[in-house]
Structure formats: C-alpha cells, structure tokens
Design a protein around this ligand. Structure first.
Ligand SMILES: C[S@@+](CC[C@H](N)C(=O)[O-])C[C@H]1O[C@@H](n2cnc3c(N)ncnc32)[C@H](O)[C@@H]1O
Length: 426
C-alpha cells in the first residue's frame, strides 16, 4: 500500500503538504458553490444533502508555518458553514423572504483504527459538527464495507435523486473500486464523485518486476480490460526528457474515458492538482450525471491556478498530440491558457459544425463537447459570438432574430455555418 500521512493518538499531527492544501481548496470552493446553486430557487425552503468522505483520514494536520490545518472532513464542515452564511446573504440580496435550511448528513469512513480514533476526537471538538442541521456519522472500516448502508440511508432520507457529494481520496491509486463508484451512480442519479489518484505512486510502483503485481491490482479496481501493465511500462520506459508530463498526458488520454465509462458517469473532468512549485500532486477526477455539475467544476478549475491540464485546449482535451501536430498544450488555467483556449475554440467550433447536421442548438453544442474540452460554457459562448460577429457562422435566437451580446446567448439559439462555407474545402 502507498505510504502517506500518519496520525497517532496524542502524537504530533502529520505535516500538511502543498498539494493536499490545494486539493482542500478545490473541494471547499466546490461544495460552497454547489450548495449556493441548490438554493437559487426563490420558492425553495431548503435542501437535504449528504456529503460522504470515504477515505477521511485523521481530521487535522500541522502547517509548516505552525498552527493547525483542517483535513477533508473539517473542510466539508467549514464549507457547510460558509455556504449557509452565503446562501442567507444571497437570498436577502434578492429580496427572498422564505427561510432556507440546509439539512446535511456527513458520513465519514476510515479504516485505520488509530486514524479513526483521532478523527472521532477531532469531530467531537468541532463546533460545526454540532449544528442543529448537521448530522455526522463516523464509520470504522473500509469504504466498500460501509457503502451499501450509506447508499440505503441516502435513499431513505432523500427521495429525489439523492443529492450527494462523495469524496474518494485514496492513498495511491488502487483502493477505490470502480464497481463501487458505479453503484453510487446507479442508485443515486444526483450524486457527484471526486476521485483522486496519486499518479506518482503508480509510476513509482511500476517496474518490470512489479508489472506482475500491477495486473491483479488493475483487475481489482476494474480497469484491466482497458489498461495493461505492459502498456504503462512502455510509456515509463520511453526515455522522454519530460517524463512527468509525458506520464500525466498518457494517464489522462488513456484512462479518462475508461474511468468515466467504468463508473457509468455521463460527465468527467480529468485535471491534475499540481502546485506550481511542486512536482507532487493528484489526478483529480470529478464524475457526475448532470451537465451543470460538470460546468461548475470547470469554473472552479479556471479560478484556481494550482490546476494543470496537459492535454488539448479545444475539443481535443484528451489528445496526447494537439491539433497542430505538436505535443498537447500544457494548460495551467491562467491567462495564457485562456488565450490558447479561445484560439483553439475558434478553429474547433466551425470544424465540429461542419461534421454535424446543422443547425445545432447552442446548448446541444455545449452538452456534446463537455467531455472533450476544458473550456467553460462562458468561453464557448464568447467564441461562438465572436465567430458569428466575424461571419464565420450564423447565430440566431429561437425567433430567428440576431443575437446582440455574447452574454445573451441562450441554449435554444441556433448556430450554423454560412452556406457558402459548405462549398469550400476545410
Ligand atoms: C489520503 S488519506 C485521506 C486524507 C483526507 N481525505 C484529507 O484530505 O485530509 C487516505 C485515508 O484513507 C484511509 N483508507 C485507506 N484505505 C481505506 C479504505 N479502503 N476505506 C476507508 N479508508 C481507507 C487511510 O487510512 C487514510 O487515512
């Protein structure tokens, strides 16, 4: 098993590393936004949600600068507190008088006995865990053992879809079983799953000697049909000067679709969390059945510059080789990445339209390309509008009128290539 943080009773807390802090930031931002979006409807009086931390850890870390930092269970509790405060302000600002209550259930699972005891002690002292509208259950054992009862609990308490966020933050890469992730989506259509992989562990584990052990591990997690130790070894041994990057690209392009399909999820964002001054990091997959969740995740990625996407910028997100024949772009979700993304969309949107039966609705274009691009809806919207202004495509409202602003673009708007372009070779 991959080694990681160690918690001991009454001993010093493990030191929080930068990549874990970056991961906590993404998680916190996502959960706060998720809860704010659920509260948008003025007539709603509240929501029931469940947050599941399937690989919870010991609850706290120490910071290199001194002081104590929260682990993921506390990050979830803090996100709940922040969301409740922000929802109150959001609704006051919109003049909504209906009181709104977030009823939250947390399930925390930890299979190391000492770590579980540390976690219990931390949660007992945490104010947010005693909120009247928050219930926390701390389970000792493996995530797989507890999952069936957690799923049953969510279905019993939350009738519609089972709104829930699962955080599956394993050490290494081989503890989360894809069959478990699949059972989450098959029972709870409104669930979302964060899945982390420590890619370095997989790379380090891999050698000719360990290849034999890797095969059963790949089988156990349900990926052996798509990925063989031999295939991975050949990438590791290809002698590339930029091995980390090559490796990340290979993992992303070889495995994203397989993981999404094994989980039976509709949407997946497959980006890395790698702090700028660090080589260590995570592959963070966000899996969901709803486009809105995928869009929200992309928005968070573009806000946080610890994120990294070593693949294509346009509709070739998982391409190892970019459209220009060079190694795919190194996207840091920064200003440069914004510019490159816009340029790529200017080429890829007309190209895609020429391959489809036109006209296509804007919402449909966003939906069918969601798993193919790191671009957020707003970037696609701006690219479509700019292309229309430059007469490279035609954009019309549902009533056939001309759309005047990029922000005004609606899902129902129709886009097509100008007829004369159909006659030209691309
Ligand atoms: C990466 S650490 C979690 C860190 C924590 N999520 C955080 O961000 O603070 C992984 C934890 O999962 C626990 N673990 C390992 N295998 C597990 C399993 N099958 N089920 C539940 N917990 C497991 C380990 O003991 C360890 O505490």
């Amino acid at each position: 098993m991959a080694k990681g943080y160690e918690w001991t009773l009454n001993g010093p807390l493990p030191m929080l590393e930068d990549h874990s802090r970056a991961k906590h930031d993404v998680l916190r931002d996502y959960v706060v936004n998720y809860l704010r979006i659920l509260a948008l409807s003025p007539r709603s009086e509240g929501v029931r949600v469940t947050l599941v931390d399937g690989f919870a850890g010991g609850g706290q870390y120490q910071l290199p600068t001194g002081g104590v930092a929260p682990g993921s269970p506390l990050v979830l509790l803090e996100a709940l507190r922040e969301a409740r405060a922000k929802v109150l302000i959001d609704r006051q600002e919109r003049g909504i008088r209906t009181p709104y209550v977030i009823e939250a259930q947390l399930h925390l699972v930890e299979n190391d006995r000492t770590t579980w005891q540390c976690l219990k002690a931390v949660i007992e002292q945490t104010v947010e865990a005693n909120d009247a509208h928050t219930k926390v259950d701390i389970h000792y054992g493996t995530f797989d053992q507890h999952l069936p009862a957690i799923l049953a609990d969510i279905r019993a308490r939350q009738k519609k879809g089972g709104r829930s966020v699962f955080v599956l933050d394993q050490y290494g890469w081989s503890q989360v079983n894809m069959a478990s992730v699949k059972s989450i989506f098959s029972q709870l259509p409104s669930a979302e799953v964060f899945l982390t992989w420590m890619v370095d562990n997989l790379v380090n584990f891999l050698s000719t000697k360990t290849a034999e052990k890797l095969e059963p591990a790949l089988r156990r997690v349900g990926l052996s049909e798509h990925l063989t130790a031999e295939k991975l070894l050949s990438i590791k041994n290809d002698g590339s000067a930029d091995a980390d990057l090559t490796w990340r690209r290979a993992i992303q392009s070889l495995m994203t679709e397989e993981i999404r399909a094994s989980a039976d999820a509709t949407y997946c964002t497959p980006f890395y969390i790698i702090p700028r001054d660090s080589r260590r990091g995570y592959w963070l997959l966000h899996l969901a059945q709803h486009l809105r969740a995928n869009e929200e995740m992309k928005r968070i990625h573009w806000q946080n510059n610890n994120l990294h996407h070593p693949g294509g910028p346009g509709f070739n997100m998982l391409g190892f080789i970019g459209n220009n024949g060079q190694l795919a772009f190194d996207n840091r979700f920064d200003e440069n990445a914004r510019r490159v993304t816009t340029e790529a969309l200017h080429e890829d949107i007309p190209k895609r339209l020429s391959e489809m039966h036109t006209p296509v609705r804007f919402g449909e274009l966003v939906r069918i390309t969601a798993n193919e691009t790191p671009a957020k809806r707003q970037q696609i919207q701006e690219a479509v509008f700019a292309l229309a202004s430059e007469r490279h495509l035609i954009l019309r409202t549902e009533s056939g009128a001309k759309r005047r602003t990029a922000q005004g673009l609606k899902d129902e708007d129709a886009i097509e290539l100008p007829t004369q372009l159909w006659l030209l070779p691309h």
